[in-house]
Design a protein around this ligand. Structure first.
Ligand SMILES: Cc1ncc(COP(=O)(O)O)c(C=O)c1O
Length: 379
């Protein structure tokens, strides 16, 4: 057995040397998963689906044929999503989270020698998913206001109209969202595909679905992990032209969603009115969270999602301190200060009223424990 010191590159020694060289530099995805009292770092739904809904799904699972494979592509769920979105089931794919489907689409459309246009700061997994295919991420730098760079993206598209584009709207981690007309302005000159990750669409106003009727190059991703409260089940979907989906069915592995995910997805769709109430509650709470965070002197960016990006005066040392002080009170938020353009920033999921009060109290205690500059000057 070879031993290695922590400074050795694990990719160069032992069995890891067989990993393709272009993948060896990709850092592992890590997150603190130890228990905490208020978990506000993964933009999950603040509430579980109602218990009767979960019980119905569980009963369905008990009666399912565990020993039998599911069908290849989760067809019952594709049909249900077709009804929800008024889009043909042949133009829908379901997957083990939308991340899986993003990987499938990038495998099919990107690859060595190609590049994908995007914009920083955005969802951290995009870069690694593009690199995994052997393609290069061409991400525009952050704007000072951290908004999605609409004009700059359009200019890039006019210059290289064939290049695939990958965008997130509402954007994680900033919360900024493109209006439907703004997406249209990008699609018009684009000859390649636009992969639009709408994981947080339910919390915003824009409905991008009608664009599919007019733009065959749009691929729209959705997830059950956020508004639908199924993060632990792993379920996502995409809507695209049926001929593209037919080609993707050959790239995607069969049986990628099992009985449990299909049943949970169907159960969630049937519980749409309860889900709608939770979305409305989250949007109402978003305003209260924003006001509370501002009262504590944090800069809060406008958000159309179920999270808020905040900037702490004093930059990354101050935001890291605040992150640690919240963590010490069992409140876990996401430290995003290392993302491009996000020095001094934290991302906070919209939690319940209980979580809001806990964070309010914690910030009050942290504020009052902090030496005030004015006082120091006097003494
Ligand atoms: C922008 C974005 N897309 C996709 C996902 C993941 O979705 P899923 O759980 O469906 O894989 C996330 C999760 O945080 C996200 O923020």
């Amino acid at each position: 057995m070879t031993t290695s010191s922590p400074t050795d590159s694990p990719a160069r020694t032992g069995a890891a040397r067989w990993v393709r060289p272009e993948l060896q530099g990709i850092p592992p995805y890590t997150l603190d998963l130890t228990p905490c009292r208020f978990k506000l770092d993964q933009n999950e739904c603040a509430w579980e689906l109602p218990r009767p809904v979960r019980l119905r799904v569980a009963e369905g699972l008990v009666d399912a044929a565990w020993g039998r494979y599911p069908d290849f592509h989760g067809d019952a769920l594709r049909e249900a999503l077709a009804r929800r979105w008024n889009w043909p089931a042949e133009g829908i794919l379901v997957g083990n989270g939308s991340n899986e489907l993003l990987g499938v689409v990038l495998d099919a459309l990107a690859g060595p020698g190609r590049s994908v246009l995007g914009a920083d700061p955005t969802f951290g997994l995009y870069r690694r998913m593009i690199q995994r295919t052997g393609a290069t991420p061409n991400f525009l730098p952050p704007r000072p206001d951290l908004r999605i760079p609409r004009q700059e993206l359009r200019r890039e598209i006019l210059e290289s109209p064939e290049r695939p584009v990958l965008l997130c709207s509402p954007n994680n981690p900033t919360g900024d969202a493109l209006a439907v007309e703004e997406v249209e302005a990008l699609l018009e000159p684009l000859q390649g595909p636009l992969l639009l990750d709408a994981a947080y669409q339910e919390f915003g106003e824009a409905d991008y679905r009608p664009l599919l009727d007019r733009f065959p190059n749009l691929v729209l991703f959705g997830t059950f992990s956020k508004a639908w409260g199924l993060g632990g089940i792993r379920l996502g979907y995409l809507l695209a032209q049926p001929d593209l989906v037919a080609a993707l069915l050959a790239v995607k592995l069969p049986y990628n969603v099992g009985h449990a995910a299909v049943l949970a997805g169907l159960g969630a769709l049937e519980a749409q009115s309860a889900v709608q109430r939770r979305i409305a509650a989250t949007v109402a709470l978003r305003l209260r969270w924003s006001q509370m965070l501002q009262r504590h002197g944090l800069e809060v960016f406008p958000s159309r999602a179920n999270f808020l990006l905040v900037r702490v005066a004093g930059g990354t040392p101050a935001s890291t301190r605040l992150f640690e002080e919240l963590e010490a009170r069992s409140i876990r938020v996401r430290n995003v200060a290392h993302y491009p353009g996000l020095a001094g920033c934290l991302r906070i999921s919209i939690g319940s009223s209980l979580a809001l009060r806990a964070v309010d109290r914690a910030l009050g205690a942290i504020d009052s424990g902090r030496p005030r500059p004015e006082r120091r000057e006097v003494s």
